[in-house]
Design a protein. Structure first.
Ligand SMILES: [Zn+2]
Length: 299
């Protein structure tokens, strides 16, 4: 599928060349140079692959686990790969829930007509156990991870040791073919219309996928603000107890490797680029982008 939408800068920003003809201005030309005007438009399918029940303030917090399948019709790119099956989660983390493992991921892919063999790339936003498991389902795919994230998975900050299970790293190291494992450093133009943004905050080597869809540019923000309330703290729909005084600001999530300012700066970088953000653990995320797209706050 190819975009027919023009670069948003183009329409509002014309200039005349020496012969008096209209042409896109320098910004629009640069935008076209980045490939946006002709970039493929992707669809994003949300894969709900499990749920954890987390003790929280004397109650139980339902924590849905998601991955995403991003496709332009030709390629199938998985963003995150889910968590272990529940028997393993219970044994390793003493947490209850449902789903997880190969079976849930296979079923979620089957619901959108895909098989694991169809996946060409697995973009791992970070290596926490609920985002980077099941890689062995995709031996043919190229796993893409920030180099800093691998280093942090080997030697995490103390509060995050529980989230990094050693198989997330050994599974990557076992991918010997260069085409099966790619380490990246910093922001990467992965494909036209599909950018990886390094966003330290939740972890030092976190990356966010910035993806062009027919309804706008989407940030699959994963655990960089893993609920809508962190992105829209002033919106009552994103909060049981609205915090209106925070209007226009961000509220960094509770699990973080970096300081609050660095975290908020990463969120701001995403919001500067993305028109829609999709957090990893919010039960309200759309099933399919752009079809079931919604935005907080609404237009
Ligand atoms: Zn995480």
């Amino acid at each position: 599928m190819t975009s027919t939408a023009a670069c948003p800068e183009t329409a509002a920003c014309q200039e005349q060349d020496r012969s008096g003809k209209d042409r896109p201005c320098a910004i629009a030309r640069a935008c076209q140079g980045r490939g946006r005007a002709d970039a493929p438009v992707f669809e994003i399918h949300t894969l709900r692959v499990g749920e954890l029940l987390l003790p929280h303030n004397g109650g139980i917090l339902r924590d849905p686990i998601h991955a995403w399948l991003v496709t332009d019709g030709a390629r199938s790119i998985l963003v995150d790969s889910g968590m272990p099956d529940m028997a393993e989660v219970r044994r390793r983390l003493n947490v209850d829930g449902s789903g997880g493992g190969h079976e849930s991921l296979r079923e979620a892919l089957a619901r959108i007509g895909r098989k694991p063999e169809d996946v060409s790339h697995v973009v791992l936003t970070h290596l926490h156990f609920d985002h980077a498991w099941n890689l062995d389902l995709f031996p043919q795919a190229c796993a893409i991870v920030q180099r800093d994230e691998v280093m942090h998975a080997i030697d995490p900050v103390p509060t995050q040791r529980i989230y990094y299970l050693r198989e997330a790293v050994t599974g990557l190291l076992g991918r010997k073919r260069p085409s099966a494992f790619r380490l990246v450093d910093g922001d990467v133009d992965f494909l036209p219309g599909f950018r990886l943004l390094k966003t330290p905050g939740h972890t030092p080597g976190m990356q966010v996928a910035i993806v062009d869809t027919a309804r706008g540019r989407v940030g699959l923000v994963s655990d960089l603000g893993d609920h809508y309330r962190y992105w829209y703290p002033a919106d009552p729909r994103a909060n049981e107890a609205p915090l209106r005084f925070l209007s226009g600001s961000f509220m960094p999530g509770p699990i973080r490797s970096e300081g609050e300012l660095a975290y908020a700066d990463s969120m701001r970088r995403v919001k500067d680029l993305a028109e829609i953000v999709v957090p990893a653990h919010d039960a309200r995320i759309p099933v399919q982008l752009p079809r079931d797209w919604f935005e907080l706050p609404p237009g």
